[in-house]
Every structure is written in C-alpha cells, then in structure tokens.
Write a protein of this length. Sequence first.
Length: 58
Amino acid sequence: MSERTQPCPPRSPAAVARRIERDNLDELVRAAEAEHGPITPEEIQELRDRLHRATRRG
C-alpha cells in the first residue's frame, strides 16, 4: 500500500509575507557574506546592541 502525502494547509497572507521576508533577508546575508566574508556571532550581537540603543533613543 502506498502512502499519500497530505497537501499543505493554506497559509495566511501574513505568514506568506513573513516567509518572503525571511527568504529575502537570507539572500541578502548570503550576498553580503560572499562579498565580505562570514559574520561572527560577536558582530551580530554588536549590531543588535546598536539597534537596541538606537530604538531606545526614539
């Protein structure tokens, strides 16, 4: 007996938009890393800290 795969459930427009945004960000990261080299976890944290400080200033 063969197994049938179930169709994917319908996704909300917001979920589709988030998926597209993640895919676009992944593409940008890959392009930047190809040009400048990989980013380290420390660099990521530094950028998060800078963003956090900038948003707190208003």
